[in-house]
Design a protein around this ligand. Structure first.
Ligand code: CTP
Ligand code: ZN
Length: 157
């Protein structure tokens, strides 16, 4: 199958090898709506020899560079992603996102009675990574587990 052509960008970030179907979750978590005005190219379910099911998503954002926290957030919902930093039309840096052993903040516990969700005295959420592929997290406070497929609902960035 012929590779799909998506225009190159000049300066910005290309998030490649996103699991198929999760590109819009990636944009949502970055807080990007499209109203910011910078050029965004999104390709979904394009063929990939590297990814499971032979398909991947891809997001290209002209004029934006990710913070380390944004890269960590992306790792949680797109653990296979590669972040390419583009300057003057060249890939100057390639980051394979990595999942830390402990995740603080970023993910909301699904258990409504968890102490990390108390409204009056909020405690920062904290999860242990109990498996990396597929990703599985466990709340440090109430031991509720979260699976990779359900994660995008609870990742708050
Ligand atoms: N890219 C882009 N604009 C540029 C340069 C690169 O949009 N000016 C995109 C490419 O289309 C590709 C990604 O950035 O999706 C990474 O580029 P490159 O490293 O050249 O591609 P590959 O070697 O295929 O990357 P990998 O080995 O990570 O699969
Ligand atoms: Zn909890």
């Amino acid at each position: 199958m012929k590779a799909l052509k998506v225009s190159k960008i000049k300066n910005g970030t290309v998030i490649d090898h996103i699991p198929a179907g999760r590109a819009l979750d990636v944009l949502r978590l970055l807080g990007i709506t499209g109203k910011e005005g910078f050029m965004i190219l999104v390709a979904m379910n394009v063929s990939s020899s590297k990814l499971k099911g032979g398909k991947k998503d891809l997001v290209k954002i002209e004029g934006k560079y990710l913070t380390p926290r944004e890269a960590e957030t992306i790792a949680l919902i797109a653990p296979t992603a590669t972040i390419n930093i583009i300057k003057d039309g060249e890939v100057v840096e390639k980051i394979n996102v990595s999942i830390p052993d402990v995740i603080e903040g970023i993910v909301r516990c699904p258990n409504p009675t968890c102490i990390s969700r108390k409204e009056d005295e909020p405690i920062k959420s904290k999860f242990r990574v109990i498996n990396k592929s597929p990703l599985r997290l466990q709340c440090y406070y109430c031991e509720t587990e979260l699976e990779e497929e359900d994660l995008s609902k609870y990742v708050v960035g």
